[in-house]
Design a binder for this molecule. Sequence first.
Ligand SMILES: [Zn+2]
Length: 79
Amino acid sequence: MPGLTLSKLLLLILVVLAAWWLVKGFRRRGAAKGAPEAAPEQMVTCDHCGLYLPRGEAISAGDKFFCCDEHRRLAGPAG
Ligand SMILES: [Zn+2]
């Protein structure tokens, strides 16, 4: 085989083995960690109508959440 020396072939095998070992290691590490954190956004309920919505979209008033500003006002006229 011209161009492909034994040292090059050995190097290629070493690279393939290293890559395979790395992939295997990463997979094992990922499996040990378990499922990824499956909570991108906390869900809250509107205190007035009980609608489920992401916390980022909810209007918070104290420790309560509302789906819209109208429901926040209806639930607490003073606040
Ligand atoms: Zn509501």
